[in-house]
Structure formats: C-alpha cells, structure tokens
Design a protein around this ligand. Sequence first.
Ligand code: K7E
Length: 654
Amino acid sequence: MNDSPRSIRLLAFATCAALAASCGEGSPASAGASSIGGDARTIIAERNLNEADVSAALSTYTPTGRHDEYYTFASGGHAGNIIVIGVPSMRILKYIAVFTPEPWQGYGYGDESGDLLKAGSRAGNLITWADQHHPALSESGGEYDGRWLFIGDKANPRMAVIDLRDFMTKQIVTSELLQSDHGAAFVTPDTDYVIETSQYPAPLGGKYAPIESYDAEYRGAMVFWKFDKQKGRIIPEQSFAIELPPYMQDLADAGKRVSDGWVFCNSINTERAWGGTMEGKPSLESGSTQNDMDYLHCIPWKKAEQVAAAGKTETIAGMRTIRLQTAIDEGLLFLVPEPKSPHGVDITPDGEDIVVGGKLDTHCTVYSATKIKDLAEQKKFAGRDPYGVPVLDFKQSIRGQCEIGLGPLHTQFDGQGNAYTSVFIESVVAKWSLKDLKLIEKIDSHFNIGHLCAAEGDTVSPDGKYLLAMNKWALDRFAPVGPLLPQNFQLVGLAGQKMTRLYDMPLPLGEPHYAQMIKADKLKPIEVYTPIGTNPFHEGVDPNAVTAGKERIERKDDGVHVWMTAVRSHFTPDIVRVKEGDVVHLHVTNVEQAHDATHGLAIGSHNVNLSLEPGKHCNVTFTAKRAGVYPFYCTEVCSALHLEMAGYLLVEPR
Ligand code: K7E
C-alpha cells in the first residue's frame, strides 16, 4: 500500500531486466520438474512471461492479509446483485443480494427480506431477477462518501438502496409511472435525489394505449427519488417526476459544481419509431436511426423541486408528476441536438463540460454547461420540438468535439485534465485531453468495451491510478466454457507514462454494464450487529429478539411461535414440536458477538434458510404442511462441533 503502482512497476522492470540478464537467453526450465512457487527467474522462464507480464503481476499481487486500496462496486447485471471487487487485486470480496434471492445471505428466505423483494413487485408479479446497469455511490459535495449504494433495474423499473455499513439491501421502491428505466441510478451531488429515467416510452402509470397513439399517449419520465440521509431510505411521498416527450431517454448524469442543480440526459429515437416489421412498418432499428441528431435533455432539477413543492403536479400511479406542458411553461426542460444515436453523458470534475459519446459518430461532443445555462436563461431558443419543448442551438451550446474513433460510449476522468472514453466498435480505451480536446493514446480492450470505471472517476476529484475496462466479449481470453462466455473486466494502470493492462478478470454471471470505484478507507463497515438481536432490515433490536434463557415455544392465534437462540454449537430449543398444518413463526437470534462467528439455519423441505451473522435476528414464517420428521442444522461451519449444531422439527399428524 505504501508503494505506488508506478514505483512498483519501475522496480518490476529493473528486476525483470536483471533477471533476464542473469537467466541468459532462452535458458530452458528443467523438463518435468516445475518451479511454481520456487525461484522467481525460473518461473518467469518456465511460464514464458515477459517484462510487461511481470510488471502487471507485481502491480496487482496482494499478499495474504493485505487489503486492497479500492473497492469496486460492479452491477451483477441479470444476476440482480452487486459484485464487490478489491482493486488492484481484482479479488471478489462479496456479492450483495439486491433483486434476486440469495441463499448464502438468507436473502429472500426470511420474512423481512421476503417483504423487501415483494416491495419490488410489478404489475402484480413477484420479480426474482433484474437487469441492473448503473450502480451509484452516495455523494457529499460531489465526493463519494462511502455510505450508501443505489442501483436500478432496467427491465422492471425499480430502485434499490444498499447500506454500506453491512453491505445489505435495505429498500426497494418502484413506481408504475415507468415501464422501463436506463438512466438509473444517478445521484445529485449531496444525494438529495436518486434519479431514475425511463428508456422505452409507454403510457404513464401502467395504462394501455394502442401503439398507433404513440406520439399522443406514450411518454418518458424522469423520477427524482427523494433520499433521506438521516434515515437512509428513499421517501416515495417526497419524490417527484417530470414527464418527457416520447423519445427513448438514455443515460443521465447530475451536474456538479458549475452545473450543480441541473441534470443532463441523452436520448435516442427522436424519430419516435416503434417497429411493426410484420405490419409493414420499418424496424425500430432502422426507424430510430434516420435523424442525424437526437436530443440532450437539460433539466434544472432544483427549479423542478420548487415547482413540485408548489403543487404544480398531477399524481400518476402515486407519483407527483410535473406534466410536460408545465415543465415547458416553468422552464424545466431544454433540448440540445446531439450527434447520431448518442449514449454516454458524463460531466467533468469541475462540472463545466458535458461529454457525450455518439455510438454512430466518431466524436465525443463536449457541451458547455455555462453556455447551456446562459442560452436557457436568456431564452435564446433555436426552435421547438414537436411538443413545444425549447431547443437550443447546437453550435452555441458546445465547446468543441474530440475525434475519438468508432463508437465512443462512456467517459471517465483522472483529475489531471484527462478523459478516458470507451470505444465500442474499435475496442479500445481512448485517453484524451480535456484542455485542447486532442487524442493522447489508445489501449486495446478484449473485446468491445462498454462502460469503463476509473478510480472515483465521476466525482469532483477523481484519483486516476486505476481504470476498469468492462468488456462485452471475451472470445479467446479464457479457457473455453461453451457458447455462453463470461464478460472480461480488464484492469488498466493509469499512473505510468502510458496506460498499461494489469489484469483480466472473467465475470461469469450476468452483463454488469457499469461499476464505481471508491477509496477503501472511505468505508466503515461494521464487524458484528450490535446490540444483540439487531434486525438489519428494521434497524435496532427486533421486537422478537431472544436472549439466552428466554427461549420458548408458544401456541398463539396465528400459529406456533418459536423464540430460538443460536450460539456455538447449539440451537435452543433443539426440538420443535408442531402439528400438521400449523403456521410456524420462527424468531432466531445469534447471541454471539465474536467477529465472523456466523451461523446458518436450514430446515429441510420447508425452504427455510437463514444467515445469522453475530448479533443478527431473523424472523421466518412457514407452514408445516406435511407430517414428518425434519432435521434442522447450522449451514455455516462455525466450530469443531458444527455438525452437532442441529435439531428436529417434529410435525405430528393431525
Ligand atoms: Cu452503455 Cu446500460 Cu450504461 Cu450497458 S449501458 S454498456
């Protein structure tokens, strides 16, 4: 941790050169015997490593017991979880269950976590997966503060709140106002709001309207979920939304510093195509790529907050919504043309530049927040869109363009005046200068990079140092595993003269899209739940928490209640007698406070599976449908007598 990657790299080069000299050219490793784990210079020869390989290995190798300098929080994509990765080691530290049941954490197998997942139901359906794209760390003054993490679900528009004290999901909210999202989650610089923007227009509020009425009835919307930093929860009643024209709104980013108070959001399909290939219409793909320009949406959210507070809203599906006409009348929405099928929108650390990558363009377009605000305030409009939304002049809104390459997508920053853009078609990371908008250098990605993530790279003070290239295709990078291949996260070092590739990490569980990287010392995770009996989903001690000596079984009107404790190496009670058909309410407290002394509780054939970290309390309700004898036991090896930590659920016939 004391050595910068650069000094490590220099050391590595020096070591390598010395080794190469002393090895002599092509000195073969002795046949048969392997020196893995032995002499360094023999290993280098035996494994056919070059200087760059050794440098990369030394830059990321992390000896036992040493911690990583950064945490990366990557979306788990379809898996509906968050992947926590240590940087530079690229070791996976945890999966945080979010939208998908997760057995190890007992997530979705207890009353409270089950209720949490139910809160994310849509159209009357319990949804047990997600299409997560963009995790967002909470911010204070535009800096990551290490307290909370948010993520949206594109397929089933929802927003989740994760507490970084215990790395647990605490809340899932959803509004039927939207039928998809993509510009989610993005936070305002003090995490007053978490932003969720629709992608595919639909009638607002989950209603039906024929697709032929697309122009008139279909709409987009941007939801501002109000976040209460005291409670650590989204307050739906204090949240509001702005109705948007039926373009496909894409990514968003909240302004900071100069542009604080604004949010910027891309769009595609300003043609308002809606497919219908079997009905004689052009495909969505071709219909949506006719225009040379789409629209960047510029929204002064602080002003919108006042308009919502003044009650100039209509409640749709429970969400206070500023209608499109009100947004136009009140000066809450301005459009600026942006080149052909844009994708990423990323705001520079000083908040002045808004960088937009065009998927079918070769440039990054750099808009000026100051120019946009001036044009909007002085009402210098170049025209209006078909809905009457003011459109600003493209040339008057930009600072310039940087020629990047084929298919620029997303941009991050290093705090030294450089921008890094992922270039999808060309399969590179492009480094360029914000000052003169000139390309500096490219490094290959393997292959077809989507997002990238630099250390604190979208805050007001990026760290540089590391960049994660999140590649869509892996092709031949890893041993073959059949037709479905992992994604490839490539760690790139930014500290040297040139960008250097340090590590390839296969990511085999979903399409993550985006990640954020935060300095590890900003997080203050707890070690155990205190006081004993804490329910992580309620905060504070659970009303049904049990202390040693107070365990009991009682039959009540609503079924049989079991108050149980877990401690190395027994459950009390260890015999639970119920009758066939009984509803059983199990209240279990792990009464330990020893670090890492986690127990699990599984009851066979009843889908009961709890994770009981030290001090944690869990409640689970189930029905003993069938008479029989069902062993229960601890599922986390906790002591030498862990196998003996067991008991019986006896379900007597009626
Ligand atoms: Cu480019 Cu959803 Cu951010 Cu994927 S999005 S890459």
